[in-house]
Design a protein around this ligand. Sequence first.
Ligand SMILES: [Zn+2]
Length: 95
Amino acid sequence: MIGLGGDPDRTTCSSARCRADATWRVNWRNPRIHAADRVKVWLACDKHRSTLGDYLATRGFPVVISALDSPVDVVPDGAVPTTAPQTSSTDEAGR
Ligand SMILES: [Zn+2]
């Protein structure tokens, strides 16, 4: 499976107490401590994709949501938690 830097066998949702299978990657970073090419990843089920994305966005972190099998290389400044297209393009996400 995909290496995520955590438990490699674990593809359940990152939301607290949620045991659902993750189908999304919530890619984010903290601009104060992470360089632009640093990407942190939370996994999310359908139900918590927006919950986790909004949680990070509320804290002022850029967020890019992608499919579980579509990792992203960069989370641009100002990215908002909408579902990223399948391409590697970094087009502005629906502002
Ligand atoms: Zn969940």
